[in-house]
Design a protein around this ligand. Structure first.
Ligand code: SF4
Length: 74
């Protein structure tokens, strides 16, 4: 059990998984931040896959092109 489990609080990544969904952990996603500080997720796979949108509505619950980013560690 880690400290977050002990406190019941979510880590930043866990919280992002709730609000953003699969794009948070996806190799094809690029996070962009507006001047006002809002975050957007751009799907770089959308140009090659007609099923996807450049800026998918969030949260993305189940994406057919999701590819886990190997750099992501829990
Ligand atoms: S492939 Fe799917 S999960 Fe990955 S960035 Fe695009 S929309 Fe998000």
């Amino acid at each position: 059990m880690n400290s977050h489990e002990e406190t019941g609080r979510l880590t930043d990544r866990e919280q992002a998984r709730v609000t953003v969904g699969q794009c948070v952990d996806c190799l094809h996603a690029r996070r962009l931040t507006s001047r006002k500080g809002s975050d957007f997720y751009r799907c770089q796979k959308a140009k090659q896959d007609d099923r996807l949108m450049d800026y998918p509505p969030l949260p993305v619950q189940s994406c057919p092109a999701f590819a886990r980013d190997p750099a992501v560690v829990d």
